[in-house]
Design a protein around this ligand. Structure first.
Ligand code: ATP
Ligand code: LTN
Length: 338
C-alpha cells in the first residue's frame, strides 16, 4: 500500500470520517457509508473512524472501545477495501490533533458559535458543554486538509462544517501562500437524509433516545421488522409521495434507496395495497440489504488479528501522507524544523 498515492496520483482525493458514537444506523449507511464504498474505484479515498471527535460527548470506556472496533469491522463489512482505500482510526494518527491545535488559532470564536451542530449538541448535553464540542470543526478541518482532499462525502447536516473548513483553509492560504487544497462537499442524491421512523420531520439519528426512531445496520431481522411496522405514517392510506406525508415519503425514499426502484415504480407496485403491506415490504427489503453485511461483520469482528493488522497499516500510510502537510504548514508559520 505504500505506493498507493503515487500509483493513483491522477485521481482526485476523497477524505471522510464517521464518529463511533453509537451503533451505525440505516441513515448513516444510506447517507454516507454506501457512497464511500461506491467512490473507491474512481477516487483516491482515505477514510477514518473519528474517535477523537467522539469524546466531545461523554463515552463509557468499555462501550467506547467496542464501538470503535465495531464501526471499523462494520465498514469493512459494508465494502470498504483497505487495500484500495486506507482506512484508519483517527486517534492512531497524531498529526490530526496537532494540526487541529494549529487551525484552532486560525478559527474565529464567532465562526464556531454559529455552528448549528454545536448549538444542538450543547442543548442536548447541557451539563457538559466542553471546549472540544466547541472546537470540533477545527479538528474536522484538520482531518480533511491534512490529506489535501478534493472532495468530502458527507450528509447534508455536515455541510456547514465543510464550509467552515474551506474558510479556514482560505484564510491560512491567504496569510502564508498556497498550503491547503480547498475541498468541496460531495452529497449523494439518494438517501441524503433518512428521517426518523417515529418523527419523520427529524433526521434519523443514532443518538435518538427512542430506539424505534432508528434502524441499526446490526439490528436483528425481527427488530428491523418491528421497527418498520411501528413507523409513523398518515391516515390517507395511499402509497405515493405527497405533501404532509412525511412518514410515507421517508419509507418510499428508503425503499427506493435499498431496491433501486423509482418512487413511481413503488407507487404502482403498491397501488390499492394498505400501509401494513407496504411497511412489511420495506422492512423485508432492508433486512435483505443488511443480511450480507451482518454476516461479514461477524467474520471481521471475530478476526482481531486481521483488524489490528489492517488499521495499523492504514495508520502508517496516513501518518506518512499527513506529516507532509503538517510539516509544510508548520514551516510556513515559522516553526523550527525537527
Ligand atoms: P449523532 O446522532 O451522534 O449526531 P448521527 O447518526 O447523526 O449521529 P453522524 O455520526 O453525525 O451521525 O454522521 C455520520 C455520517 O452519516 C455523516 O456524513 C452524516 O451526514 C450521515 N448521516 C447521519 N444521519 C443521517 C441521516 N439520517 N440520513 C442521511 N445521512 C445521515
Ligand atoms: N463530523 C462528522 C464526522 C467527521 C468527518 C470528518 C466527516 C469527522 N471528521 C472529516 C468528513 C470529514 C460527523 O459528525 N458526521
Amino acid at each position: 500500500m505504500s505506493d498507493t498515492a503515487e500509483i493513483k496520483e491522477k485521481k482526485k482525493v476523497i477524505f471522510s470520517a464517521i464518529q463511533p458514537s453509537g451503533t451505525i444506523t440505516l441513515g448513516n449507511y444510506l447517507g454516507a457509508l454506501r457512497n464511500w464504498v461506491k467512490l473507491q474505484d474512481d477516487y483516491n479515498c482515505i477514510y477514518a473512524v473519528a474517535d477523537l471527535h467522539a469524546i466531545t460527548v461523554r463515552q463509557d470506556p468499555k462501550a467506547f472501545r467496542q464501538n470503535i472496533l465495531n464501526a471499523y469491522a462494520l465498514f469493512l463489512a459494508c465494502g470498504i477495501d483497505p487495500e484500495k482505500s486506507p482506512f484508519f482510526i483517527q486517534s492512531h494518527v497524531h498529526t490530526h490533533a496537532e494540526l487541529a491545535w494549529i487551525l484552532n488559532c486560525y478559527t474565529q470564536f464567532g465562526e464556531l458559535s454559529r455552528m448549528t451542530q454545536f448549538k444542538d449538541k450543547s442543548q442536548k448535553h447541557a451539563d457538559n458543554i466542553n471546549a472540544g464540542l466547541f472546537t470540533y470543526p477545527s479538528l474536522m478541518a484538520a482531518d480533511i486538509l491534512l490529506y489535501q482532499a478534493d472532495l468530502v462525502p458527507i450528509g447534508i447536516d455536515q455541510k456547514q462544517h465543510l464550509e467552515l473548513t474551506r474558510n479556514i483553509a482560505e484564510r491560512f492560504n491567504g496569510i502564508y501562500g498556497n498550503t491547503f487544497k480547498i475541498p468541496e462537499p460531495y452529497i449523494g442524491k439518494v438517501g441524503a437524509k433518512v428521517m426518523s421512523l417515529q418523527d419523520p420531520t427529524k433526521k434519523m439519528s443514532k443518538s435518538d433516545e427512542n430506539v424505534n426512531a432508528w434502524v441499526a445496520i446490526l439490528d436483528n431481522p425481527d427488530v428491523i421488522m418491528k421497527k418498520f411496522k411501528r413507523a409513523v405514517t398518515d391516515s390517507e392510506a395511499v402509497v405515493r409521495v405527497g405533501e404532509g406525508k412525511d412518514g410515507i415519503n421517508n419509507l418510499i425514499g428508503i425503499m427506493s434507496a435499498v431496491t433501486g426502484k423509482t418512487e413511481d415504480e413503488i407507487a404502482v407496485e403498491f397501488e390499492g395495497k394498505g400501509y401494513g403491506d407496504f411497511k412489511t415490504a420495506v422492512g423485508e427489503a432492508v433486512v435483505e440489504t443488511v443480511r450480507p453485511i451482518q454476516e461479514k461483520f461477524n467474520d471481521y469482528i471475530n478476526n482481531k488479528d486481521y483488524l489490528t493488522e489492517t488499521y495499523r497499516k492504514s495508520a502508517e500510510f496516513a501518518l506518512r501522507l499527513s506529516q507532509r502537510t503538517l510539516d509544510k504548514a508548520m514551516k510556513k508559520i515559522g516553526y523550527v524544523a525537527r
